[in-house]
Design a protein around this ligand. Structure first.
Ligand code: SF4
Length: 362
């Protein structure tokens, strides 16, 4: 692609973005790298509409990088709970501490330094640098991969590293020459992927780069980019204890890394383990009624499916000193303050109605 074509791609996109792009999202129209960084991390694998309320609540509690760096882990996890991909929250916290400790509380204006922060990949670093500092650097998130794969007719699944390498090359060659256009250009690529060049039935008639889009010209829009090669999603089952005492519920903190790392969850037990014995030995709970099995809960992670088998036990008395470290009893009325995985939070929100149903069915 010649430099003329390159500037033509960029110029069409920039002009289109200013008229038709999204210009009123809460993380736009700011040069505050903290707010931009936060939005970029929240938007990874997550829809804009899902992110909006989390972004507002998070900023209200942590208005700047210093307040985030100084916050306790539990607070950060509580404000992230429900957004998923919890390693993002742990990395966010560590990155804030690095920005404060190593960069004097200012996000560095360089892609190389930004990419050294935990949880910040090359594309995220480029987006932060472009939006906050007008740095000319290419982005390549999932939507942008689709746009470029179609425009340049890049074959293969973009998750394969050889295909991704070609897409980075295409992203480099299309960059604008002037730094002053980087905000509109970067936003334009994101907007085009999210609103026009969508996965199914892209709106090519409205597309500013349709004239030289190779996939459209060759009638292969439906074939490019290639779909993810299909594979069987593994399944796991895990047993948990819902241990209650009066109005209190026992929670344990999940280790990080691992699924739901850093969140509060029901204690795990072995599939063949006796729930009453586990409750007594590990958590100092005794005098309980027989366990009631709740209806199994199915939950999908990116790489596997999990079935949660939950036994409910209501203890007459508890011996706090016999509890495992990292466990706590929490009143139902306080549950909203704890960072809980989504399926556990849903279950406890409907408790004790869930228990009555399970008891009626048993
Ligand atoms: S012309 Fe169609 S397929 Fe090509 S980039 Fe535009 S919306 Fe996507």
């Amino acid at each position: 692609m010649s430099s003329d074509d390159t500037s033509s791609f960029a110029n069409r996109l920039i002009t289109w973005q200013r008229v038709h792009g999204r210009n009123d999202l809460p993380w736009q129209n700011t040069r505050d790298a903290y707010r931009i960084w936060l939005s970029e991390i929240m938007l990874q694998q997550t829809q804009v509409t899902t992110v909006l309320p989390y972004y507002a609540r998070f900023l209200e509690r942590f208005p700047d990088v210093l307040s985030l760096a100084q916050a306790p882990d539990d607070d950060v996890m509580a404000y992230w709970a429900g957004l998923g991909y919890y390693s993002r929250a742990r990395n966010l916290h560590r990155a804030a501490q690095q920005v404060v400790g190593q960069h004097g509380g200012h996000f560095p204006p360089s892609v190389d330094l930004l990419v050294a922060l935990p949880g910040v990949g090359r594309s995220t670093a480029a987006a932060i640098a472009a939006f906050a500092y007008d740095v000319i650097a290419p982005i390549l998130d999932g939507n942008v991969k689709r746009v470029l794969a179609r425009h340049a007719a890049v074959e293969g699944f973009p998750g394969v590293s050889a295909v991704e390498k070609k897409l980075w090359f295409e992203a480099e060659t299309r960059l604008p020459t002037s730094a002053k256009n980087m905000v509109a250009y970067t936003q334009g690529l994101m907007d085009l992927g999210a609103t026009i060049c969508v996965r199914s039935d892209p709106r090519c008639l409205l597309c500013p780069i349709a004239a030289d889009c190779a996939a459209r010209i060759s009638g292969r829009v439906d074939e490019i980019p290639a779909a993810r090669p299909s594979k069987v999603v593994p399944h796991r089952a895990q047993s948990y204890l819902l241990l209650t005492h009066a109005d209190q519920i026992l929670l344990v903190k999940r280790p990080a890394p691992g699924i739901w790392g850093g969140l509060w969850c029901l204690p795990e037990i072995g599939a063949d383990e006796d729930a009453e014995v586990a409750a007594h030995i590990r958590h100092g709970a005794s005098g309980s009624n027989h366990p009631v099995m709740l209806p199994p809960i199915a939950h999908a992670f990116t790489h596997f499916r999990l079935t949660l088998n939950i036994a409910h036990l209501s203890a007459d008395c508890v011996e706090p000193r016999a509890m495992q470290p990292g466990a706590m009893w929490i009143a139902r009325s306080e549950l909203a303050k704890a960072a809980l995985p989504k399926p556990i939070s849903r279950l406890l929100a409907s408790y004790p109605a869930t228990l009555s149903k399970a008891a009626a069915g048993s």
